[in-house]
Design a protein around this ligand. Structure first.
Ligand code: SF4
Ligand code: SF4
Length: 145
C-alpha cells in the first residue's frame, strides 16, 4: 500500500495521468445536475444525472470526449481544484488538495474498484436520467449526497 499512497508524497500537479485518474473514486456526485441559489451562491445537488452519466454505474459514457457533448463539464486539473467550491466534500481530489486523508472506503485504500458503491458513496442506481424530467421540476429533485 505504501507505494500506492502516491497522493501523500507526490504533489497533485506532478501526478502522471494514471495516478491522477485513479484518485477519482467514481462516486459520480460531481456528475449530477446542480442548482445554484442566485441570492446566496449555494449550490444544491440533485438526484438527476448529466445526460452522459450512466445512472447504473455512475460513470461517464463518453469520458474521453465529454467536452464535445457537454461543453460545461468541468475537467478537473490541479490548478482549478481550489476554485471548485461546489465539489462534494468526499471528492478525493478535494480531500488531497486540502491535505486531508482519503476515506477508508476509497478504491485506492481498499484495492476494490467497487468499494465506493459498497460504502454507499456512489450515485449509481440512485439517480435518474436528465431526459426523464422536465427542467422546471429540477428543484423537486434536490438531494444531499
Ligand atoms: S466527485 Fe471527485 S471523486 Fe467523485 S466522481 Fe467526481 S471527481 Fe471523482
Ligand atoms: S460529461 Fe461526463 S464527466 Fe462531465 S458531468 Fe457529464 S457525466 Fe460527468
Amino acid at each position: 500500500m505504501s507505494q500506492k499512497k502516491f497522493w501523500k508524497t507526490i504533489p497533485l500537479a506532478q501526478l502522471n495521468k494514471e495516478q491522477w485518474e485513479s484518485l477519482c473514486d467514481g462516486c459520480g456526485k460531481c456528475c449530477v445536475l446542480k442548482l445554484e441559489d442566485i441570492d446566496t451562491g449555494d449550490v444544491h445537488y440533485t438526484d438527476v444525472g448529466c445526460k452522459l452519466l450512466n445512472c447504473q454505474t455512475a460513470r461517464c459514457t463518453k469520458y474521453a470526449e465529454r467536452k464535445k457533448y457537454v461543453p460545461d463539464c468541468v475537467i478537473l486539473t490541479p490548478s482549478n481544484l481550489g476554485a471548485l467550491n461546489w465539489m462534494p466534500e468526499s471528492c478525493a481530489y478535494k480531500l488531497v488538495h486540502e491535505s486531508k486523508e482519503l476515506p477508508l472506503w476509497h478504491p485506492l485504500m481498499t484495492g476494490d474498484p467497487k468499494s465506493t458503491i459498497t460504502a454507499g458513496q456512489s450515485v449509481a442506481t440512485r439517480v435518474i436520467p436528465e431526459n426523464s424530467i422536465d427542467e422546471n421540476d429540477l428543484p423537486d429533485h434536490i438531494k444531499k449526497w
